[in-house]
Write a protein that binds this ligand. Sequence first.
Ligand code: NAD
Length: 476
Amino acid sequence: MNNNINVLNPRTGQVDFSFERPSLGFITDECKRLKESQEAWSEAPLAQRISVMLKWAEQINIHRDKIINAESTDTGRWKIASESPDAVIWSIKGWCDKAGEIIDEASVAGNSSIMPHIKLSQKLAAYPLLGVISPWNFPFLLSCIDAIPALIAGSAAIIKPSEVTPRFIESLNETIIKVPELEKILSYVMGDGITGSQIIDNVDIVCFTGSVSTGRKVAEQCAKNFIPVFLELGGKDPVIVTKDADINVATDAVLRGAVFATGQICYSIERIYVHESIHDEFVELIIKKSKDIKLNDKDIHKGHIGPMIFNKQSTIIDSQIEDALHKGAILKTGGKSEKINGGIYYRPTVITEVDHSMNIMNDETFGPIMPIMKFSSDEEAVTLANDTDYGLSGAVIAGTEPDAMKIGSKINAGGISLMDTTLTGAILRDAEKNSFNFSGLGGSRMGPASIMRFFRKKAFMTNTKNPQRMEDIREL
Ligand code: NAD
């Protein structure tokens, strides 16, 4: 088997980085090494784990330029890459602040309500080794979004980011080496699906972020190994814009929600339902605003959106647009992928006269494409929004927040933005959400439940009276 994995630069389309897939022996040994140190890590006081995590945050800050440059090369964009070290540092600090309170709240002590003479207590036991498998769209942040609470909980972690965007791992490893206590229980490895699968065979719990099709394979393997798995998968997020919505606000929110990060976000807006009475005006304005969005092809520091990170995605997007146009949709602006200096770009694309017979309204697109469909009643809009295999998130823009809430509460998805779109990132440690349908499986990655996913619970029971004697037990 060829173990060499080539990585394309999304701005040039050229292979300018490659790495060797690690051997199975390496993965097995690495997992063993991490597990050996995990017991001491989990038995250390929480304050000690927190101080180690904060040392890591300092090192990330010190190495920020290298990490940013590597992620920027992998993703072909600057602004988002330049913010990723801060996003991770905030996540570490935020979890360090909140963990104690959440863990304390989970403690149980007292007496049994069924047998009051039995005294109870409960201990949390962190899963020894977490395996993280992550995607290419936000390489650094998504590689550690689950690992940070897990490490604070007392687990060790082995993390395999996507083979499409692996460059940041080298600079990140420099930060881990600088914190010896962390190096014992955290390992980042480069690898592809083969490595991901080998990791699953050597860990105690898995957090996977990626596509539904890979998520299914990961879940099957975890089921065979009898280990818990948390899946954060794709979306086909709808937005409903009602007849009373402010069209200027709605077009701003929908455009940003659909094209930010070139639409390469799991919770990007991918289906737009607009009340028939404002449809034409909405379409006209969003086209106008779309034309002001600039590509960053000439200068990575300028423009609003970058190239496709994973160029194979453009084949999917092109075929969805083609299928829609073939079935009667109308292309209003944007359209086919453009190859510029070897990178593949899309301009914000508006398509009208779409319906649910088209792939573009059913399958995940992962590009800056805005299919817009009319509706005539709120009930119809909700039915359309819920006519999907997905259920990650959604949005409602109405005349008032209570009106938006009325409609939003009927949408089958985990995160619903009201009077705006794509606000999911705001709830990180504060509120919980679950995925509906094929968008995911398992407990919430957000809110207090996030850290609690990494604990098993042990209950301790003490009889405060003499033990019951067998001879006193009579069969009735
Ligand atoms: P993908 O499923 O192709 O790959 C994800 C990861 O799985 C990669 O690291 C890959 O190497 C690994 N992998 C592949 N086969 C494997 C196997 N058999 N066993 C174990 N690991 C395996 O996804 P992608 O193309 O990298 O990412 C895009 C997808 O991720 C989109 O569907 C997007 O919606 C989704 N996503 C979801 C969220 C979320 O929070 N819900 C966030 C970001 C991205």
